[in-house]
Write a protein that binds this ligand. Structure first.
Ligand SMILES: *[C@@H]1O[C@H](CO)[C@@H](O)[C@H](O)[C@H]1NC(C)=O
Ligand SMILES: *[C@@H]1O[C@H](CO)[C@@H](O)[C@H](O)[C@H]1NC(C)=O
Ligand SMILES: *[C@@H]1O[C@H](CO)[C@@H](O)[C@H](O)[C@H]1NC(C)=O
Ligand SMILES: *[C@@H]1O[C@H](CO)[C@@H](O)[C@H](O)[C@H]1NC(C)=O
Ligand SMILES: *[C@@H]1O[C@H](CO)[C@@H](O)[C@H](O)[C@H]1NC(C)=O
Ligand SMILES: *[C@@H]1O[C@H](CO)[C@@H](O)[C@H](O)[C@H]1NC(C)=O
Ligand SMILES: *[C@@H]1O[C@H](CO)[C@@H](O)[C@H](O)[C@H]1NC(C)=O
Ligand SMILES: *[C@@H]1O[C@H](CO)[C@@H](O)[C@H](O)[C@H]1NC(C)=O
Length: 585
């Protein structure tokens, strides 16, 4: 036997080397484990939350955050609980001096202005009422004034927007190529006086082109479209992202035409009333006593964006924004599949980690450093920020965990304060969520599953903090090692770093009455020891998603595993579909 020892040691050494120097694992994009629940009871989460509390004790005292001049409300929420997972409130000292306007002590129900976070409510209303099948329709189909303007466009596409090429999806995802605003912000003729502007090098403004509505007196619908006949496009439609508040005003007009109802009525009934968001307002402003109003900002509280309200006029509390986030995850307004389509990319930006959805921004966050086992485990976060005069807001959704967090600020917040908060929360929260999800998956799925009736078939599963998904450690079918069979059939060559790990498919059934809950997982069958392509221009290390269901036995995939979950929430058995024999845990 002695002579077998050396090759075995060499083989083990080889495997060890491949794990250390091999290329990182490639998960199927999306959650690496089922969504974690009961997070408040997880010691891993509790430790992270206490770190977070400590981090914000410092944040609240850091003068660059202007804590004496700014109030904020923060929460972390999970779809699996109605209570916030974590909450934090800070009331500015300076606001304590002013108790005429509003309740100066901020809390879960304190109302702030949202600014552009409003657009999430607008889009959710659109999807609830019209659905996403309208998104490829041109806006001219629903907004007659734009149909009239479109007739002008072919003569000069540089000076006239080709509205017939602008779809509702373009408006929703900032891909319309249109102006950011019409006279709402940035129109110098409304913000500065003529003699100052002329001294700065501007010519006298042509009177027939100066908007006489906008910042002080909001434009009527007719004034808007009259003005839009003068405004040139920014880009061709579907060319590149260009943020547009105007787009959301037009989207609301289109929705009103599609449904024949007023936007505010749809928003009220489909979202605010349906979800019981009793501290959320569209127009007019809520009573001042319900809000946090920085000293001297009463007018900033009351004013309305008028016809542009769908782009940024809303008010809400942190509790209600968290409820909105939970409702998105719980599919209370949209169906699950509509939600999945909504929380997917629509466009890229110049930042390789960042892009756009409808109108979410998404951020791609690797959970491990380059070269580590989690380097390719990317969490896609869907985010929307807003700001309007003294207020700023942020909602972040992490669909991989059905967890999100939100921030509302009032006062003299420094630029980027809402994102600074996200940068404080994220690095503590995300690794803890992944760890909690892994720990729960380990409890539910890890262990050895064996065939009954004497057949030598079994499957051994475990998890590893350094690797994504559930690892297949051993897989025997009727006395044969199926790992090497699956590797040989899938990868078709002799691999030195074989890896089979299971990932959630989003396919689940049962779980009610007599029907046991079932969950399907897909195996990522890969070679972590193949040539490293990270420095190549076109080749990728993660082309692995292409090889899903590469091997099929009588119509059933070799890489599909279906678990049956017992009444205690733990896996009772698993069926490797192609092998057709249930294995009990
Ligand atoms: C806030 O105001 C208090 C009382 O005036 C002062 O002691 C404290 O240093 C201020 N904090 C910061 C961060 O500026
Ligand atoms: C704040 O309200 C209290 C109670 O209504 C009142 O006594 C106090 O004078 C007010 N303070 C200021 C600064 O307005
Ligand atoms: C002010 O808000 C705090 C925190 O939400 C709340 O506890 C308190 O009851 C409110 N006070 C008034 C007078 O509404
Ligand atoms: C415009 O600004 C100049 C320079 O500040 C000032 O003298 C003038 O009164 C202003 N004109 C108007 C109409 O406000
Ligand atoms: C919102 O108000 C309605 C009507 O007053 C009430 O029935 C409902 O319970 C409230 N919802 C919440 C979440 O407070
Ligand atoms: C197991 O393998 C043996 C020998 O190859 C074969 O005769 C038998 O039919 C197999 N059993 C099942 C259940 O496939
Ligand atoms: C089952 O098969 C595996 C793989 O061939 C083998 O190592 C093991 O000894 C077998 N077990 C039994 C009980 O025959
Ligand atoms: C795999 O390795 C074995 C043993 O070295 C060799 O006989 C076989 O040809 C190889 N197969 C392929 C597809 O390279």
């Amino acid at each position: 036997m002695q002579r077998y020892t050396k090759p075995l040691v060499l083989l083990l050494l080889c495997l060890w080397i491949s794990l250390v120097f091999g290329i990182p694992f490639c998960p199927f994009p999306g959650a690496a484990f089922p969504k974690p629940v009961n997070l408040a009871e997880s010691p891993t989460i509790q430790a992270a939350l206490s770190k977070l509390t400590t981090a914000f004790e410092t944040y609240d005292q850091t003068s660059s955050n202007n804590p004496n001049g700014t109030s904020w409300s923060l929460q972390i929420f999970s779809a699996s609980s109605d209570d916030p997972l974590w909450e934090h409130y800070h009331t500015a000292n300076d606001l304590l001096d002013d108790n005429e306007s509003g309740n100066v002590t901020v809390g879960p129900d304190t109302i702030y202005r949202l600014g552009s976070l409003t657009k999430i409510f607008t889009m959710l209303t659109f999807l609830a009422e019209a659905g996403d099948s309208y998104l490829n329709d041109p806006v001219t189909k629903y907004v007659p004034e734009l149909e009239a303007l479109a007739a002008k466009a072919p003569s000069d596409p540089i000076m006239s927007v080709d509205w017939s090429s602008v779809t509702l999806g373009n408006l929703a995802s900032h891909m319309a190529g249109i102006s950011r605003d019409f006279a709402l912000e940035g129109e110098l003729t409304q913000e500065k006086n003529q003699s100052v502007l002329i001294s700065q090098g501007f010519p006298a403004a042509p009177l027939d082109q100066v908007p006489f509505c906008g910042e002080v007196i909001p434009c009527t619908r007719a004034q808007l479209f009259a003005g839009l006949s003068i405004v040139p496009p920014s880009f061709a439609s579907s060319h590149t992202p260009g943020y547009s508040n105007l787009g959301y005003q037009l989207l609301a007009y289109a929705l009103e035409a599609i449904k024949g109802r007023s936007f505010s009525e749809m928003l009220e009934s489909d979202i605010l009333q349906k979800l019981g968001l009793n501290h959320t307002y569209y127009h007019p402003a809520p009573p001042r006593r319900l809000g946090v109003i920085p000293p001297g900002n009463d007018a900033g509280w009351d004013f309305s964006l008028g016809e542009a309200n769908p782009t940024g006029n809303m008010y809400s509390s942190i509790s209600d924004i968290s409820s909105l986030g939970r409702a998105i995850f719980r599919n209370l307004v949209l169906t699950a599949v509509q939600t999945r389509r909504w929380l997917k990319p629509a466009a890229t930006t110049a930042d390789i980690y960042e892009g756009l959805s409808y109108p979410w921004g998404y951020r791609r966050i690797p959970l491990g450093p380059p070269g580590s086992g989690l380097a390719n485990r990317i969490v896609d976060s869907y985010n929307k920020a807003g700001s309007i005069n003294k207020y700023a807001s942020l909602l972040v959704l992490l669909p991989d965990y059905d967890v999100g967090f939100d921030a509302l600020l009032a006062g003299g917040w420094p630029g980027n304060a809402n994102w600074n908060m996200a940068d404080t929360i994220g690095p503590i929260l995300l690794p803890a969520l992944e760890a909690a999800a892994r720990e729960q998956a380990d409890e539910i799925f890890a262990g050895t599953y064996s065939a009954e009736g004497g057949l030598n078939s079994s499957l051994t599963l475990s998890t590893d903090p350094e690797k994504p998904g559930i690892g297949v450690d051993r897989w025997i079918s009727n006395g044969t090692d199926m790992i090497s069979v699956a590797i040989a059939y899938t990868l078709n060559y002799n691999v030195t770093g074989p890896s089979i790990r299971l990932f959630p498919t989003g396919l689940e059934s049962g779980g009610t009455g007599v029907n046991a809950k079932k969950m399907a997982f897909k195996a990522m069958i890969e070679n972590t020891d193949s040539a490293d392509n990270s420095d190549k221009m076109f080749s990728t290390n993660c082309g692995t998603w292409v090889s899903q269901t590469a091997v099929v036995y009588a119509d059933y995939p070799l890489d599909q595993f279906v678990f049956t979950i017992g009444g205690d929430g733990k896996a009772e058995s698993v069926m490797p579909l192609a092998l057709r024999t249930p294995l009990s845990r």
